[in-house]
Design a protein. Structure first.
Length: 484
């Protein structure tokens, strides 16, 4: 029988817990420390099964306690993961290292803590397992116990001097995970509730960001400070407002949170919570106050498309024509975003259709963004249908050049002049002709009885000559039939 066959029979005998067959095969020598296709040794299989007799048999035949299997696991790690308490104690008594780590730096204690195996945790701690070791992600056994929501294990680790301020910090982890029972254990242990984590955020901030109102209350009762700032100078109240959380906002202000920053009203408007906006205005926040970008609450409510809030702010006296630091008014923002209902509200409250930022007014923005409904709205409200783009073309020329038939109809209905020329003395008809836009040319001919078919550009070319030069045969025929 080949060695390979012997090894196969050994693993089969172990899996079936056939002690006599295992003993006979191990007695041949050379097989106790082999790994099968899954990189698992005879001792590891024995540990997983919980068979004390099999484990002893492997140890008697010289099993290597520190042999590494798949993912860098040792037999002790396998026993701990399988919650085999008796086997674990046996391995430790035989000299297994309780602090061995696998390929990601995790120890048996970390795995047991995460799984809530408190009896395994206790055995490992009694054997000298390092309570404050970290894996390659910076996690400790304490933080992993919290992530697994195992308060009894958390208490056990704290009793063995686990450092609650290591890594992200136990309180920060507990709060972020929403592990209320673990938070209670940490609070009873006297953990500092105001110590920020490596991101500069306090546990209270994390609780607010996650919307854990019960934990927020627990922290406030325990003395959490409400006004510390993180690395970005944000407070817990700012996070509550960003989340649109009215209840947490009220609770934090009640607890003494400073709330005079104009930014806060803008954040509430952006969050889309009308009641929150109303509440903050009731606390004397400036209606037209600006943030660092020069945006007011009206700017941000417009940007996010919160029509109801825009209406409320305008009714309260928000300035409709205030530009931010980039020069954008709320109406320009509405045009960019395509918020038609908001644009109507702004116009009804005096928004300036003709205000320009970097050469663009609301009509030009709507055109360039392809917002057809807004384009029609602005024309109906009095925008100039002969408006020129920065390239010198009128909107009618540009629409003809792009083949935008619907916009051409709107512009003509609003009184656009089809005979106006650009800096090249080109007309809308010429731009349509050179693109071979048969439908656009036909529309211009039908709608503009005074259309100048004989106009020439700076090169002396008519629309017909341009069409012929570009081999636009259908357009050429159409123009000739019209008398060009």
């Amino acid at each position: 029988m080949t060695a390979s066959a012997d090894q196969t029979q050994l693993f089969q005998a172990i899996r079936h817990q056939d002690l006599d067959r295992v003993a006979a095969l191990l007695s041949q020598g050379g097989m106790v420390n082999i790994l099968d296709g899954d990189r698992t040794s005879p001792l590891m299989y024995a540990c997983r099964s919980g068979s004390v007799d099999l484990v002893k048999l492997c140890l008697t035949h010289g099993a290597d306690l520190e042999l590494r299997g798949k993912y860098g696991l040792t037999a002790l790690m396998v026993a701990a993961a399988a919650r085999q308490e008796t086997v674990l104690s046996l391995l430790i008594a035989a000299g297994a290292d309780p602090n061995a780590s696998n390929e990601d730096g995790s120890t048996a204690l970390m795995v047991a803590a995460y799984r809530g195996a408190i009896a395994i945790v206790d055995i490992l701690l009694q054997a000298g397992a390092m309570v404050n070791g970290e894996d390659f992600d910076g996690d400790t056994a304490l933080n992993l116990a919290i992530q697994g929501r195992h308060p009894a294990v958390v208490q056990k680790l704290l009793d063995h001097r686990a450092n609650p301020y290591q890594g992200l910090g136990a309180m920060t982890v507990a709060v972020s995970e929403g592990a209320i029972a673990c938070v209670e254990v940490l609070l009873k242990a006297g953990i500092n509730v105001n110590l920020p984590g490596i991101d500069g955020k306090t546990p209270l901030m994390h609780a607010v960001i996650s919307g854990y109102e019960d934990i927020v209350e627990m922290l406030l009762v325990a003395g959490a400070a409400v006004n510390p700032t993180d690395l970005n100078n944000d407070t817990a109240l700012i996070f509550a407002i960003e989340q649109g959380n009215l209840d947490l906002t009220k609770r934090l202000i009640q607890a003494g949170a400073e709330h005079e920053q104009p930014l806060m009203l803008s954040l509430a408007a952006a969050a889309g919570n009308l009641e929150l906006v109303q509440y903050l205005l009731g606390h004397q926040l400036a209606l037209n106050g600006t943030d660092e970008a020069g945006d007011t609450a009206l700017h941000l409510a417009t940007l996010e498309g919160h029509t109801e809030i825009v209406q409320y702010l305008l009714e309260q006296g928000a300035i409709a024509n205030l530009p931010n630091h980039q020069g954008d008014t709320p109406l320009l923002i509405a045009a960019y975003q395509g918020h038609g209902a908001i644009a109507k509200l702004l116009l009804d409250h005096g928004a300036d259709l003709h205000y320009r930022n970097e050469g663009e007014n609301a009509l030009l923005v709507a055109f360039n963004q392809g917002k057809v409904d807004l384009f029609a709205l602005f024309l109906a409200r009095g925008s100039n249908p002969n408006e020129r783009l920065p390239n010198g073309k009128t909107l009618l020329m540009e629409a003809a050049d792009r083949g935008y038939t619907a916009l051409i109809e709107m512009l003509l209905n609003a009184g656009a002049d089809a005979n106006v020329t650009d800096q090249h003395q080109a007309t809308a008809l010429m731009w349509a002709a050179h693109r071979d836009y048969h439908g656009v040319v036909q529309l211009l001919l039908e709608r503009c009885p005074d259309l100048d078919l004989h106009a020439r550009n700076k090169r002396g070319d008519t629309a017909l000559k341009i069409a012929q030069f570009n081999q636009c045969h259908r357009v050429s025929a159409l123009l000739q039939a019209a008398g060009a």
